[in-house]
Design a protein around this ligand. Structure first.
Ligand SMILES: [Ca+2]
Length: 393
């Protein structure tokens, strides 16, 4: 009898211990973090569909307006348009002046990189240029890259850029909407992530380069082979791309059709599936593909079905919001808020939304060197908003 009682007690202790261990494990894996108190401050307004933002030294800002202007903002004052932009910028529907980023060695070399759609209704393409800024004038302009083939739709240009540690530049290129099958072709740069060096040359370790040989302008035929510029394929319309130096990862998001918006961890040479695999439907409700999986094609890291229409995205590495460290923040055009994707051990363990009180379509999010968040609203009277930890009382 005594032995049985002892056994029962032991089992009970073991069960209690196991339960506590399981509970602790669940807690440590799923601890949902919350945002501390914050203040939202308006930095600037009166911007025409602002698309992207870069932080210059001395707390000055550069902002692109999709409608074709680049402006500098000093102490909340918006400048007149900066001169020296190309004269072939194609402003229509989703096209116009798009991304702006600084070279990683900007303080030494002064290079500013811009993406834009160029051309006309019949023939247009995404281009990337660089230039140096002197007061309100762009100088030493160089067009570094033009997506081929050109297309005849005013949508799905993509156009986001991010530098890698070796000073190569990743560029997202959209599928042009009517040309989705080209996202799977290595002979087309539509529906791709493209990689060039900071001077526009071909990085010799690009995944589809032919034999790793150095190409010069005399190799005209080989230069026609656009596959050497491809970093990854099977993308629809990637509206954000970033490099996280801590996890040493490239992360991009993209718009699906109706459903099937995605976040992907981007690896050189991988195929992300569009339009062969998708969880989205055509806008008509028709099925685009019967497949959500296919051999040799990557599954999304995150799938947003129904769509949220993600736009800008950052991996937060600032100091101001310690709770958000190492997590993704993505703006949403459709739901007018920021999606906070909490990451643990390379897994998105929780999603929540922030800043819905702003109540406007959001185009971009950037982290200021001081750790505060800058948001761009997508409007004819667009604003720059700054979100900072609330000052202690
Ligand atoms: Ca995909």
């Amino acid at each position: 009898m005594k032995r049985i009682k002892l056994f029962k007690v032991a089992v009970r202790i073991l069960l209690v211990w196991l339960t506590s261990q399981l509970f602790a494990h669940a807690q440590s894996n799923n601890t949902v973090k919350s945002m501390p108190d914050y203040d939202i401050e308006q930095v600037a307004s009166g911007l025409s569909f602002p698309w992207s933002l870069a932080f210059l030294p001395n707390n000055e800002l550069l902002v692109t307006e999709r409608t074709g202007h680049l402006r500098k903002i000093v102490a909340g004052k918006v400048s007149v348009p900066i001169s020296g932009l190309p004269d072939d910028i194609y402003v229509k529907s989703q096209g116009g002046l798009l991304d702006v980023i600084l070279h990683p060695d900007y303080n030494e070399n002064g290079w500013i990189y811009l993406s834009y759609s160029a051309g006309n209704d019949e023939q247009n393409a995404l281009k990337v240029m660089r230039a140096k800024l002197k007061e309100l004038e762009l100088l030493e302009q160089q067009v570094l890259f033009t997506v081929t083939p050109s297309k005849n739709t005013p949508v799905h240009f993509a156009g986001r850029m991010a530098f890698l540690p070796d000073n190569s530049l990743l560029i997202t290129s959209g599928d042009g909407f009517d040309f989705r099958e080209q996202a799977q072709l290595k002979t087309s740069l539509l529906g791709k992530i493209i990689r060039i060096m900071d001077d526009g040359s071909v990085p010799l370790d690009n995944p589809f380069i032919t034999g790793g040989e150095v190409l010069t302008s005399s190799d005209a035929e080989k230069l026609q082979d656009v596959s050497q510029y491809i970093y990854s394929l099977g993308h629809r319309n990637a509206q954000a791309i970033l490099y996280d130096p801590v996890r040493q990862q490239v992360v991009a998001n993209e718009h699906g059709p109706a459903g099937g918006d995605e976040v992907n961890i981007i690896e050189a040479g991988y195929n992300y599936g569009w339009p062969v695999i998708t969880r989205g439907l055509d806008y008509s409700g028709a099925r685009i593909s019967p497949f959500t999986r296919y051999p040799g094609m990557q599954q999304p890291w995150v799938d947003w079905t129904p769509s949220i229409a993600p736009s800008g995205m950052v991996m937060y590495r600032g100091e101001m919001f310690a709770n958000v460290q190492g997590d993704l923040l993505a703006t949403s055009l459709k739901f007018k808020q920021v999606y906070w994707l909490q990451i643990k051990a390379d897994k998105v363990i929780h999603q929540s939304t922030l800043f819905s009180e702003i109540g406007e379509r959001l185009r971009d999010i950037r982290v200021h060197p001081d750790g505060s968040l800058y948001l761009l609203t997508d409007a004819a009277d667009g604003k720059i908003l700054r979100i900072a930890a609330a000052k202690s009382q």
